[in-house]
Ligand binder design. Structure first.
Ligand code: PGA
Length: 266
């Protein structure tokens, strides 16, 4: 099982020089060693797009590049937008899609679906945030629009809007319940219907995808341990705290509960 730590730098730091030195700190801290091999943990930094270029120049292989958004078209007269195709060209492998801070600025379920489609087209893994208004409806929207194979190429992030940028993380029991609910609707959406099974249409096997499910919202080095006993949690989206790579490392190293629960994701 893999664990993901999505470092959402948001609109920080304030200059190219500071971004360069922040990345240099990450590069120093995440060098694989015998003790810290990072093999099952992915550190994905999502900087503002003007800083993508820095990652092209110097980045150790344990750090992956993500985008905070992509536009829903590949090219055209769209002032101020960044296409998945351009992002890919800079080495972007992941893209946060449907973050509440973008839904507040107009990203609807329809746009989220189009952006996810566009990301998949360029082999970028979409990290789809749910929790802006109704995480169940938002999850359902994505599940209803994509196939099981496509959902397997996604990461879902439960991010209740009240917890983002607030210093008030969601209560761990609620996160656990939300993850259970998300798994349940994935199951209901993709299990084979009884009559399909009965007549052997499309094979006999259920085809249930197993996307990683993360939590995001005011996670920091002081509070992350509260979430570690949640059985199916596969990592965190870390916003402001990701400007402190020492703390990101502490969180990622501390995330070892998976070994006991790792095979029970579904
Ligand atoms: P935060 O941001 O950790 O600063 O609350 C979370 C996010 O951007 O998803």
């Amino acid at each position: 099982m893999k664990y993901y730590f999505i470092c959402n730098w948001k609109m920080y730091p304030s200059s190219f020089g500071r971004a360069r030195s922040l990345l240099a700190d990450y590069n120093k801290l995440f060098v694989p060693t015998k003790k810290e091999n990072w093999i099952n943990k992915k550190i994905i930094i999502c900087p503002p797009s003007p800083f993508f270029q820095l990652f092209d120049e110097k980045r150790i292989h344990t750090i992956k590049l993500g985008s905070q958004n992509v536009f829903w078209k590949s090219t055209g007269n769209y002032t101020g937008q960044i296409s998945a195709r351009m992002a890919k060209d800079f080495g972007v492998e992941y893209a946060i899609i449907g973050h509440s801070e973008l839904r507040t600025n107009g990203d609807t379920d329809i746009l989220v679906n189009l952006k996810v489609k566009e990301a998949l087209k360029y082999y970028i893994t979409p990290i789809i945030c749910v929790g802006y208004k109704d995480y169940l409806r938002e999850t359902q929207n994505v599940l209803n629009s994509f196939s099981s194979e496509e959902v397997n190429k996604m990461i879902l992030a439960y991010e209740p809007i009240e917890a983002i940028g607030s210093n008030n993380p969601e209560n761990p029991e609620r996160v656990e319940r939300a993850i259970r609910q998300i798994k349940k609707i994935i199951y209901q959406r993709f299990r084979k219907k009884f009559f399909v099974k009965m007549f052997g249409l499309g094979g006999n096997k259920n085809n249930i995808p197993r996307p990683a499910i993360l939590y995001g919202g005011s996670v920091n080095a002081q509070n992350y341990k509260k979430f570690l006993s949640i059985p199916d949690l596969s990592g965190f989206v870390i916003g402001r705290e990701s400007l402190n790579p020492v703390n990101v490392k502490e969180i990622a190293l501390g995330f070892n509960m998976g070994e006991k629960e790792s095979n029970k994701r579904f």
